[in-house]
Ligand binder design. Structure first.
Ligand code: RNT
Ligand code: ZN
Length: 420
């Protein structure tokens, strides 16, 4: 697209939004300050760098075998850098513990240390990214029977407790060195394929393990834990220890934010409506934005109704500083850098639409009981020229505008990923 065209469309959009009392420049500034946490695991189908043929377990699956996945840290970082080049703004990278820089040695999960993540921190510093972190309680011999922190064997529980405490220390170190609070997410696969008669016992075990984990105190300025529930995993269909109710109870009682993954609920249950409820009882929320098709399939995020609703709820609740937006999907069937860029751009577009909403007017209609007017304006807002504003934002940030990024990714594929 031509610069002049982008500029002209933007000027028209600005006038149209002004008619509705919306300040476009302000919306752009807010969007620009809104980091999205890019999950490192889309680049290599959640393989990690512990051992090269480690299989993905824990009830999650990356399906497809599109060529060119990242095989080592250097390739993975290069792919993330490439994706970041095509995304306007300053963002975060979300690292999993089994992506440590282990220098060819086998370092077990209960042995990881901040030093194994120093090269990630140095890279982030150099590129001006911030980091988030996750303990990795799956794809390991000690999680093979689908249980970790809730395992009946105290030795196995202790192994995972040690791992999570070490992960929390690493997250704290990342936050300290990068001067930005690192969100440390705890998700465990624990569950049962078939009927269990010990639902309470496993949950009691998980509660005790978490209590031990949080006995170790970290500095809130540098890191914050969050806990992620799930409805079921593949091969663990009957029962999930860390259900939504479990973590809601644990999180609210112990002042630990909840992670809402948009794929972790029943297919018609949406997370957008949970945001305003949770915010009344929790100071922060972590989001794992994904697109589930029939199950937690982790398809690439696209600009669909629920994504827009999530963004609207964040903005309408005035919670931009309280809701951390992270992505969590892994599609191995398409170009993986493209998967990143499509998902982040869609998320930014949803956030921008929400920031451009004529909220004052809509709230005025609602207060006056003018329901037709509210509905009509919501409908009109959908087709307002928000995309001209997004194009302009990309241009101002020196990022390729609109569909032209497709050719750029194709070129990277020709020059880089297809040669792997
Ligand atoms: C799994 C959870 C979890 C993982 C990542 C890799 O269902 O969504 O967040 O996807 O930790
Ligand atoms: Zn998730």
């Amino acid at each position: 697209m031509k610069e002049q065209q982008i500029q002209q469309s933007f000027e028209i959009a600005k006038l149209r939004y002004a008619e509705l009392g919306v300040d476009v420049e302000k919306a752009i500034n807010e969007l620009d300050k809104l980091p999205i946490s890019l999950h490192c695991w889309q680049a290599d189908d959640v393989t990690g760098f512990e051992n090269l043929d480690g299989a993905l377990t824990g009830g999650i699956q990356a399906t497809g075998n599109y060529p060119g996945k990242a095989r080592n840290i250097a390739e993975l970082r290069a792919d993330i850098d490439k994706a970041m080049e095509l995304i306007p703004g300053n963002h975060r990278v979300n690292i999993h513990a089994f992506y440590g820089d282990f220098g060819g040695q086998f370092v077990d999960r209960d042995e990881i240390e901040p030093k194994h993540f120093q090269s990630w921190i140095d890279w982030a510093k150099e590129k001006n990214y911030k980091l988030d972190f996750n303990c990795t309680c799956f794809s390991h011999a000690k999680s093979a029977d689908g249980l970790t922190l809730s395992h009946p064997d105290p030795e196995i529980r202790n192994f995972w407790i040690e791992h999570v405490i070490r992960s929390r220390k690493i997250a704290e170190d990342m936050g300290r060195q990068l001067g930005s609070k690192c969100m440390h997410n705890i998700w465990i696969p624990d569950g049962s394929k078939d009927v269990t008669v010990n639902r309470l016992q496993y949950r009691q075990n998980l509660k005790d393990s978490l209590d031990k984990i949080f006995e170790y105190k970290t500095n809130d300025v540098y890191m914050k834990d969050c806990i992620e529930s799930k409805v079921f995993g593949i091969g663990l269909e009957n029962y999930t220890v860390g259900s939504h109710e479990f973590y809601m109870g644990y999180g609210i009682k112990n002042n630990i934010p909840i992670t809402l993954d948009s794929g972790h609920f029943h297919p018609t249950e949406i997370i957008s409506d949970k945001i305003s409820s949770l915010l009344l009882f929790s100071s922060e929320i972590m989001l794992h934005v994904t697109r589930s098709i029939r199950w937690d399939s982790d398809h690439v995020v696209i600009l669909n109704e629920e994504l827009v609703a999530i963004a609207q709820e964040i903005v309408r609740a005035d919670a931009i500083d309280k809701v951390h937006v992270g992505l969590d999907y892994f599609d191995a069937s398409i170009n993986r850098i493209g998967a990143y860029v499509v998902g982040v751009r869609a998320t930014q577009k949803a956030l921008l639409q929400a920031l451009l909403e004529p909220l004052a007017k809509l709230r005025e209609f609602e207060a006056n009981g003018q329901k037709f007017e509210r509905l009509a304006l919501l409908e009109e807002a959908k087709s307002m020229p928000w995309n001209s504003v997004y194009d302009y934002y990309c241009m101002k940030k020196g990022v390729i505008v609109a569909q032209d990024y497709i050719a750029d990714i194709q070129q990277y594929e020709n020059n880089v990923t297809s040669k792997r």
